[in-house]
Ligand binder design. Structure first.
Ligand code: NAD
Length: 339
């Protein structure tokens, strides 16, 4: 029997998770929630998703807009085994008791505090930790990018130190209220919250992060300097280590991908839903090994990188796959991420 999945919060992350769940052979999307009628509510209906009302929304308001409503969040939960909470930051934790009362497992997102769940989760990094848990938290987009890279480097070479500068997008493309600024804004947090967040997955990761915000809506870029305990034989070996790992996409120099504009253009050409780029994006020319010092750039498509992780979190919780590699392969095949 497929695991029955609800998605509460149908925004940037929620709508992508809903699409991803609908593509998995071992999961069924029971429905999604909206708080009020909107173009997104309409598009959920057009995709054939059952729409439920949450967050104090009114069923009558949806009906007046001509949008069919299948019920309330409580009714959605009653039909589900697990809910993926993709409500705004800190709204998810307010739902925790409701999910527990409905006896549904819950996958939270990175905008929630770590203690909202029994564990923070990333498929490459700590899949086994998710086994049998009732509440997991998929770490944020930036942290997901960091811990995926850490999973590659720690295992092969050991990491003795890591400084990362995170150049963050100012807002998501649809966030017209937040908007862009004409400037570069340092966050003045030493470290930024990303390093400590990465340690919710790898408690001993010696990473220090700082962040600044720049006027773009698509993708973050991380500038990394990692000191390795066991130096690789060559930079080419590191390139191959990343390239051979699922959820990494490396561009070669002849592809002339100068930066995030071409990455996003490639994503549009590739034609996956919503032009998403769920992989860590690295450039071969942006990886340099100097003895045991590794420097690399990576770009993170903030709207989509956590989507496959949310799927694997469900699979880990319900023990639907024997190991991380099997779950990742199954997710990625369904999402068209396999090369
Ligand atoms: P969003 O604002 O795009 O979407 C949130 C949705 O939840 C909206 O549709 C909103 O109407 C709805 N909502 C608001 N209150 C609700 C309630 N009480 N009940 C049900 N629905 C409600 O937010 P998002 O960017 O998708 O972020 C969701 C979570 O994912 C956050 O924890 C965020 O930190 C995390 N996240 C976001 C990004 C990103 O870059 N957007 C990346 C990774 C993780």
């Amino acid at each position: 029997m497929p695991v029955r999945v609800a998605v509460n919060g149908y925004g940037t992350i929620g709508k992508r998770v809903a699409d991803a769940v609908a593509k998995q052979p071992d999961m069924t999307l029971v429905g999604v929630t909206k708080t009020r009628p909107s173009f997104e509510a309409r598009s959920a209906v057009e995709r054939g998703y059952r729409l439920f009302v949450a967050g104090g929304g009114s069923v009558d308001e949806f009906r007046a807009a001509g949008l069919p409503v299948a019920g309330t969040l409580d009714e959605l939960l009653a039909e589900s085994d697990v809910v993926v909470d993709a409500t705004p930051d800190h709204v998810g934790e307010q739902h925790r008791a409701q999910y527990a009362a409905a006896k549904v497992a819950a996958v939270f997102q990175g905008g929630e505090p770590a203690d909202v769940a029994e564990a923070s989760f990333n498929a490459l990094a700590n899949y086994a930790v998710g086994r049998g848990k009732r509440r997991l938290r998929v770490v944020s987009c930036n942290t997901t990018g960091i811990v995926r890279a850490a999973a590659v480097l720690r295992e092969r070479y050991g990491v003795t130190g890591w400084e990362a500068t995170l150049v963050r997008r100012a807002a998501d493309p649809a966030e017209s209220k937040k908007g862009l600024m004409n400037g570069i804004v340092p966050t003045f947090q030493f470290p930024s919250h990303h390093g400590p967040d990465a340690r919710t997955i790898f408690p001993d990761l010696p990473i220090a992060t700082v962040a600044l915000v720049v006027p773009t809506t698509l993708m973050h870029v991380h500038v990394n300097h990692v000191r390795l305990a066991r130096p690789p034989a060559s930079g080419a070996e590191v390139v191959e280590a990343f390239r051979s790992t699922p959820r990494f996409h490396l561009f070669r120099s002849w592809e002339h991908v100068d930066g995030t504009p071409q990455v996003m253009e490639y994503a549009r050409d590739r034609g996956h839903g919503r032009s998403d780029m769920m992989e860590n994006v690295l450039w071969e020319t942006g990886i340099r090994l100097d003895g045991s010092d590794l420097h690399f750039f990576q770009a993170i498509h903030q709207e989509s990188i956590v989507v496959p992780e949310s799927i694997d979190a469900i699979r880990a919780m319900f023990d639907l796959a024997p190991d991380a590699a099997t779950s990742i392969a199954r997710t990625d095949r369904a999402l068209g991420l396999t090369r």
